[in-house]
Design a protein around this ligand. Structure first.
Ligand code: PEP
Ligand code: MG
Length: 591
């Protein structure tokens, strides 16, 4: 094919150059609609059940081959096995066979359409991704119905995987050790394929329109996981450029990883704890592997979203205790449920909301579902005897709401005392500062809690008025916007005046460009995805507080985000050419 450059979203850093391996879109061929005679219905239902069972067993077999160190993979496969076991999809499909006398293939197609419709009505990236996953999983069932079983051809040499989309099961079956990079037509930052690519440190570009039709099997391609490009049939100049970039990045990562266990501190010894954000219990391993100094944000909602019912107090206590004891003696900050609005778990009562981001979310949801909330609070308290746990409440808007939340916490403590259950009476409690109203009353809130954690993902969304799930306004996501910088400075100062710790756990904490500014404000800790911890620690070691104070002063005086970005780039990052190279896409934003 002639030289072409395709673009998409860079979701895992790195560059790879090699031959394309094209995974065919769906591996089955849908037969024509057939109406079956009445006396074939039972047989057709049986055929459907058989195909579901075969698909489920093949996933179980794939899971048994997952190397032990790839916990994330195994956990995702488990959730897929659960989807195939879910009686709802089967029942819907069987009903189409019985009532409309459709053949199993078409009944399944209609059953999946129905499920997809329910999910696609929820305007949330997470649910869109799950809906798509269900469709991909049913391809496996279809393959069995059409007698193909798995049609994936084995990979024998190292390749660049190109696919319409990819399930975790596909990647296991494909043998990930042979995949140098990947690109898919579907997917976004939060889809499983992207999470997996980051965990396995495979360069990845997703959401590349038509990549699976433009690229042919064995084409020579480059995947640029920094800028989100797929270069097909590169010329000599591009080849040389990317080959050099690849070696440069690999040696940079090696160097960075060598010092991952050093403490997070500036060149002149100012200490900032560099902690990890995790969403799945299985990620705890990565916290230790990448030098995380504890867990600064455990997003607990996934334990609710992955199940078909609400988790019990026992289940949650076990999960939190295991986490605390593995991370001990370091700290784990468990954030209470940030669900509701657009993140509805299967055991929750659903309500339609016109503006879910402004709806019944986080503590608002919990205060209206006190049974669910109390169960979680009791579990966190019970787990607190197994390590250093702190509890954190999301989306607090002001003092009255905080008061209500603390009252439920007191009730939970009182109940446990009455039951003779031991827990850490001194367990610190903190709040996320992610609403502009909380910023304005930060001085009052600081008197009521032990720590603040700044959630810039939501703080930016609510302060600048940009829907964080809408990619058309993502160019406005600018952490160095004067309004944001002033807000953050105000929060840090308000917290410090009351002698409490101020941390940051939003994505701004991962951005090396923002680090000198945060160091200038003297935030106490940062919490970020485990894989980025070594990079942030490295940049931190090369900064000193005096220069950061000076830069912060000038950024605070600047009246535009362009000016602030430029200042940071020129004054600090000229010293960090590698970060500039590998993270430069962070500053170049256009509508
Ligand atoms: C945030 O809002 O910055 C944050 C860390 O919370 P989440 O991304 O889970 O909303
Ligand atoms: Mg948030």
């Amino acid at each position: 094919m002639a030289r072409t450059i395709l673009t998409g979203e860079a979701v895992s850093s790195g560059v790879s150059v090699g031959k394309a391996y094209l995974l065919a879109k769906g591996h089955y061929c849908l037969t024509s609609v057939q109406n079956i005679p009445e006396d074939h219905v039972a047989q057709e239902v049986e055929r459907l059940r058989w195909a579901f069972d075969k698909a489920q067993r093949s996933l179980e077999q794939i899971k048994s081959k997952v190397p032990v160190e790839q916990h994330e993979h195994a956990a995702i496969l488990d959730s897929h096995i659960m989807i195939l076991r879910d009686p709802k999809l089967r029942q819907k499909t069987e009903r189409y066979i019985r009532e409309m006398r459709l053949n199993a293939e078409w009944a399944l197609e209609k059953g999946v359409d129905d499920v997809e419709k329910v999910f696609s009505d929820i305007d949330d990236e997470y649910f869109q991704a799950r809906a798509h996953e269900i469709r991909l999983l049913t391809h496996r069932v279809m393959n069995h119905l059409s007698g193909n079983g798995s049609a994936i051809k084995p990979i024998t040499s190292r390749v660049i995987l190109i696919a319409h989309d990819l399930t975790p099961a596909d990647t296991v079956e494909l043998n990930v050790s042979k995949i140098m990079a990947l690109s898919t037509a579907q997917g976004g930052k939060t889809s499983h394929v992207s999470i997996m690519a980051r965990t396995l440190e495979i360069p990845a570009v997703v959401g590349v329109e038509n990549v699976d039709t433009e690229v042919r099997d064995s084409d020579f391609v480059i995947v640029d996981g920094f800028q989100g490009k797929v270069v097909v049939d590169p010329d000599d100049e591009e080849l040389e450029h990317y080959t050099n970039l690849k070696y440069q990045f690999e040696s940079y990562r090696r160097e960075v990883m060598r010092h991952r266990d050093l403490p997070g501190e500036s060149g002149d010894g100012f200490r900032i704890n560099v902690m990890a954000n995790i969403e799945l219990f299985e990620e705890v391993r990565a916290v230790l592997d990448y030098g995380g100094e504890g867990v600064g944000l455990y997003r607990t909602e996934y334990s609710y979203l992955n199940r078909h019912r609400l988790p019990s107090e026992e289940e949650l206590t076990e999960e939190y205790s295991d986490l605390a004891s593995i991370i001990s003696p370091e700290r784990v900050i468990i954030r209470t449920l940030d669900a509701g609005g657009d993140k509805i778990g299967k055991g929750f009562e659903q309500r339609e909301e016109a503006n879910p981001a402004l709806g019944l979310r986080a503590v608002r949801f919990c205060l209206q579902h006190r049974d669910i909330f109390k169960t979680q609070l009791r579990a966190i308290l019970r787990a607190s005897q197994y390590g250093r746990i702190a509890m954190m409440f999301p989306m607090i808007s002001g003092l009255a709401e905080l008061g209500e939340v603390k009252q439920v916490l007191e009730e939970a403590k009182h109940e446990l005392r009455q039951e003779g259950v031991v827990f850490d009476e001194q367990m610190p409690t903190g709040i996320m500062i992610e609403l502009p109203s909380a910023v304005m009353v930060a001085d009052l809130l600081a008197r009521e809690v032990d720590f603040f954690s700044i959630g810039t993902n939501d703080l930016i969304q609510y302060s600048l008025g940009i829907d964080r799930t809408n990619r058309h306004v993502s160019y406005l996501y600018q952490p160095l916007h004067p309004a944001l910088i002033r807000s953050i400075k105000h929060i840090v100062d308000a917290g410090h005046r009351e002698g409490i710790e101020v941390s940051m756990c939003g994505e701004m904490a991962v951005d090396p460009y923002c680090l000198p500014v945060l160091l200038g404000m003297q935030v106490d800790s940062l919490s970020l995805n485990p894989q980025s911890i070594p990079v942030i620690k490295k940049v931190m070691r090369q900064l000193n507080t005096e220069e950061c104070f000076d830069l912060l002063k000038r950024v605070l005086e600047s009246d535009s985000v362009t000016q602030s970005n430029q200042m940071v780039k020129e004054n600090v990052f000229k010293r960090f050419p590698e970060e500039l190279l590998f993270y430069s896409s962070m500053l170049e934003k256009t509508p």
